[in-house]
Design a protein around this ligand. Sequence first.
Ligand SMILES: C[C@@](CO)(OP(=O)(O)O)[C@H](O)COP(=O)(O)OP(=O)(O)OC[C@H]1O[C@@H](n2ccc(N)nc2=O)[C@H](O)[C@@H]1O
Ligand SMILES: Nc1ncnc2c1ncn2[C@@H]1O[C@H](COP(=O)(O)OP(=O)(O)O)[C@@H](O)[C@H]1O
Length: 289
Amino acid sequence: MLRIDAPAKINLALHVTGRRADGYHLIESLVVFARLGDLVSVQAADRDSFELRGPEAAALSNEASSSNLVVRARDGLREAARQSGVDLQPVKIVLDKRLPVASGIGGGSADAAATLKALCQLWDFHPGPDILSKLALELGADVPMCLDGQALVARGIGEKLSPVHLGFGLDLVIVNPRVGVSTPAVFSALEKRDNAPLPAPDGVDDKERFLEWLGTARNDLQPPAERMVPAIANCLSALELAGARFYRMSGSGASCFGLFDSAEAARQAATRLQQDHPGWFVAATETVR
Ligand SMILES: C[C@@](CO)(OP(=O)(O)O)[C@H](O)COP(=O)(O)OP(=O)(O)OC[C@H]1O[C@@H](n2ccc(N)nc2=O)[C@H](O)[C@@H]1O
Ligand SMILES: Nc1ncnc2c1ncn2[C@@H]1O[C@H](COP(=O)(O)OP(=O)(O)O)[C@@H](O)[C@H]1O
């Protein structure tokens, strides 16, 4: 079995700067990836199959397998191969779902990206980067960045990627109140769409200066998401109380992240937060470097 990690995506900042004619929003987002994630395993088989397991699988068990981004990624890649005259063998795929669903940390997108990577390897089929990026974008605006998997600024609708080299890791706690949030609903509830752009990242080699810079950026999706899900404000207050140096909502929510001074401080805060809020999803993790 070939196993590929599907890391959680954290939008440290997300500015909405406009809207395209097709309704998609223009964003400028600083994104990092966490060690916390789902796991996609693939293996050659006699027939195609898809198995969903893991602590967060139940949230997807009522949805048809055909709508799962893992299956859609498999079918998309196979179709791209067919168009170039290559027939690809059946495959067994297992998704170990650990990230809360519809929570602003891009679990589905990470799964789709991991599936593309795993199957390219298993099938020894390597479409050029342009074809792969196009395929990824067809699966979701967040999938190209998940394919990249490193700290970056995403522009356009999320598909224009510029790597950012952070000279340090970040110790985080991710908190989710277990209220699923619909991404289109949050974008629709924006009161203003032509917001100021993301300031150029500063302090990428110095964590203190970086934290200061982060404070000058925003998540423009946070105010509409907080109006829709009041529990988001509770998550942010709890992170502050737990000693986070910095805290904010990720993506369209409802997950929020807190940044801590060390892995130990993050672990201790996560333990306390989980004790105080047994119904929430709480996890300490660090960024992928
Ligand atoms: C908000 C973000 C920030 O990283 O993340 P999540 O909260 O989903 O994790 C992304 O832009 C989400 O990307 P993704 O979840 O892949 O979006 P898609 O499936 O392509 O789009 C779902 C819907 O969200 C809206 N959408 C998405 C992206 C974008 N730039 N503008 C939009 O308006 C559209 O209404 C679209 O129909
Ligand atoms: N493998 C998957 N994991 C999570 N959600 C998936 C998956 N496949 C399809 N979906 C659908 O995508 C929606 C958004 O899920 P997700 O990627 O977890 O959201 P977000 O990007 O906000 O964290 C879900 O509500 C679900 O219907």
